[in-house]
Design a protein around this ligand. Structure first.
Ligand code: C2E
Ligand code: MG
Ligand code: MG
Length: 674
């Protein structure tokens, strides 16, 4: 019923007294006015409630969209972008910007995540905000770091703590607000917003912003966990250096860039610690780990310093150090313009490792062997470069500790040949392709009488013919195959001597002199092996001489001495071979009970025109005589050499003058006629 309708109906009721009627009318009038006001008020309240409901529904939808965006992505930047964009659009704010707190220094920094309703107009302020950085307390974001709560600025142009003021004023920005993004109790980021009009905060908005901050905080937590996992998968847990996976990823990328640019060059280094295994074995794994960490830290610092120094002089190379195995590190040097810089870097690494590490009170020194390979157009991939750097590293190792070698084609050819020889040697052992030749050793009192023979190995190669030891002994030694070969030589030579003795009816006992390789001599079971061969072949021990070179003999003088004593007790003789070419340590010689000393042929050859050589030989002879040793001169080729040595009182001689090394039948025939 309308208010008008109710009055009319009153007026048409039965006529009461006039004054009474007026009073009643006035009361009715007032009631109607009251009722209308109440209704208007009720309608306004309902309308406001509806509007609030609508607004809060819209804000819930906003929160929903941001939450969905955050859940859809694992990337924090993507989630922040959704949030900044949605909030600006919803609130009709002109500009929004996201900042993250840096793990390194705790400052809050722009991460290039922003939204501008009108990017053109906002350009200067966008530029000033994309990578902006604030310390705690400074500017709007810094205030949030300081007291961990939202902040509002009604007029930025009048704010004393707003460093971007001039650009904000230029872009017509007036008000600003900012909210923290929380991970637990910690501020992990800040969202800041700007508008051209006043921003009035309300409880509802603050509540929603709080929830948005929490949602985004969860994405940051997930992102941190994800980055942590990725970091762990790409780094070595002990040294914190990049691991092989990350190294290969970077090296392959550099390789692709290098291939695309004909002038570009890169290098890889293989760095292998020298003698690390002995640290591990003698001091334990804990000490080994500590040493590795120390070495890695030093190399990392050294490379960083070298990079910085290079940058100062305008060089642009960058290096990545990675731990790729137990004690093996790789270095990738990208963007190399001057190859010498890589050599200098290797030298710097050697220098930084030269000082000892002091770990748990112990001084440890750990040098490294470095192999370097530079890119060239023939490489198809990084693996090939690394393979060559590895070969160069092995060459460096063979040259002693703390050396660097750069891979060259020549080195590659040598290594390939060596690999080929190794492969063929294995076949030769299996197919018994070796033969022994025997070179006579004569008494210089009566050079026509043969005292014995030196057994010298030859390889009857199916394609290359008869090969001298110089072509394969080193490879056999390096690969350990010498142990099989040496065993065969020992057995074969002893069997041959036994056969000669048997054929001469035991009347003549020419000795057989057998070369023992360093590895063979250093085997723990060496003495037992010699004993077994003597037993098996039945050779007279006194007719067997074992030749050992000086280097291996003095390596462990006490052990050598014990071995010589034991062998000599059976009647076997021993010779110190190639005397004069190694350390020629006379003090050691005194403690080593050799029967004979073989003067290297280089002295005999030099004797013709050098009085000094003659003097050395005389000194060796005098020394040997005082120690009761026999002296055998190697490499006698001329009658003059023979006569000189005879005059000096040398006991025996060996050389082309008396015969080359020959197969056993011919050698035996020589013995028969003398
Ligand atoms: P080595 O033990 O000093 O052997 C003497 C080497 O000098 C032999 O070379 C011999 O042929 C050579 N020679 C002897 N007289 C003369 C001479 O008048 N003039 C010149 N120019 N050379 C002479 P070969 O047979 O080539 O052996 C070289 C080295 O290979 C040996 O030096 C020895 O260290 C090693 N070798 C030989 N056979 C064996 C073996 O069965 N086992 C081991 N481990 N090493 C062996
Ligand atoms: Mg010899
Ligand atoms: Mg010799």
């Amino acid at each position: 019923m309308s208010p008008g309708g109710s009055l009319a109906s009153l007026k048409h009721c039965a006529p009461p007294r006039d004054d009474d009627l007026d009073a009643r009318l006035a009361r009715a009038e007032r009631r109607v006015v009251r009722e209308r006001a109440a209704r208007i008020e009720a309608e306004a309240i309902a309308e406001q409630g509806l509007r609030r409901l609508y607004e809060s529904q819209q804000r819930l939808l906003l929160l929903q969209r941001i939450t969905d965006g955050a859940n859809r992505t694992a990337e924090i930047e993507a989630a922040l972008r959704v949030a900044v964009t949605e909030i600006c659009r919803h609130m009709d704010w002109a500009f929004g910007n996201a900042l993250l707190v840096s793990a390194q220094d705790g400052a809050v920094t722009g991460c290039d995540v922003w939204y501008a309703a009108d990017p053109d107009a906002m350009f200067p302020f966008v530029e000033a905000s994309r990578h902006v950085r604030f310390e705690t307390g400074v500017g709007l974001p810094g205030r949030i770091l300081a007291d961990v709560r939202p902040h509002w600025i009604d007029d930025v142009t009048a704010d004393a703590n707003f460093p971007r003021l001039p650009v904000a004023a230029h872009c017509g920005l007036a008000a600003a607000c900012a909210f923290p993004v929380m991970v637990g109790d910690e501020v992990a980021g800040v969202l800041e917003f700007f508008a051209r009009r006043l921003i009035v905060p309300d409880e509802d908005l603050l509540g929603i912003m709080g929830q948005i901050g929490t949602q985004l905080g969860r994405v940051i937590e997930r992102d941190r966990a994800r980055r942590g996992l990725i970091h762990d998968a790409l780094h070595d847990a002990m040294t914190r250096l990049p691991n092989r996976t990350l190294f290969m990823e970077r090296a392959e990328n550099a390789f692709v860039r290098m291939k695309a640019n004909p002038h570009a060059c890169m290098a890889v280094m293989v760095v292998d610690l020298d003698g690390f295994k002995s640290v591990n074995d003698s001091l334990g794994h804990q000490a080994g780990d500590a040493l590795l960490i120390d070495v890695a830290t030093r190399m990392q610092a050294c490379i960083a310093a070298a990079e910085e120094a290079a940058r100062d002089v305008g060089a642009s190379w960058r290096a990545t150090l990675a731990r790729v195995g137990g004690d093996e590190f790789n270095v990738l040097v990208d963007d190399v313009v001057d190859g010498a810089a890589v050599g200098r870097l290797a030298e710097a690494i050697h220098r930084c490792l030269a000082a000892p590490s002091v770990l748990a009170g112990t001084h440890m020194r750990c040098q490294a062997s470095v192999g370097i390979a530079f890119s060239n157009p023939t490489y198809a991939d990084v693996e090939q470069m690394l393979r060559d750097a590895d070969l160069a590293m092995y060459r460096a190792k063979s040259q002693g500790r703390g050396q660097s070698v750069t891979f060259t084609e020549q080195l590659g050819t040598q290594v390939r040949q060596r690999t080929q020889v190794e492969h063929e040697l294995r076949k030769a052992i299996a197919e018994r392709q070796f033969v022994l030749h025997y070179q006579p050793i004569v008494s210089l009192d009566d050079p026509d009488s043969i005292c014995g023979f030196e057994a010298l190995i030859r390889w009857n190669h199916p394609v290359r013919g008869l090969l001298s030891p110089a072509e394969f002994i080193d490879v056999a030694e390096e690969t350990g195959l010498i142990l099989f070969i040496g065993d065969w030589v020992l057995r074969e030579a002893c069997a041959q001597a036994a056969s000669w003795h048997w054929r001469t009816g035991g009347e003549r006992l020419p000795f057989v002199s057998i070369n023992i390789s360093p590895q063979q001599f250093l085997q723990p079971e060496f003495v037992a092996r010699v004993h077994a061969v003597l037993m098996e072949t039945g050779v007279t021990p006194a007719a067997v001489r074992l030749e050992v070179t000086e280097g291996v003999a003095i390596m462990d003088a006490a052990r050598t001495s014990a071995i010589l004593e034991e062998i000599r007790a059976w009647g076997v003789k021993t010779s110190l071979d190639d005397f004069g070419t190694g350390f020629s340590s006379l003090s050691y010689l005194q403690s080593l009970p050799f029967d004979a000393l073989k003067i290297d042929r280089s002295f005999v050859a030099a004797m013709d025109d050098s009085g000094k050589s003659r003097g050395i030989i005389q000194a060796i002879l005098n020394l040997a005589r005082t120690m009761g040793m026999t002296v055998i001169a190697e490499g006698i080729e001329t009658v003059e050499q023979e006569e000189l040595l005879q005059r000096m009182g040398c006991d025996m001689g060996q050389g082309f003058r008396y015969g080359r090394a020959e197969v056993n039948a011919e050698a035996f025939a020589k013995l028969a006629v003398c």
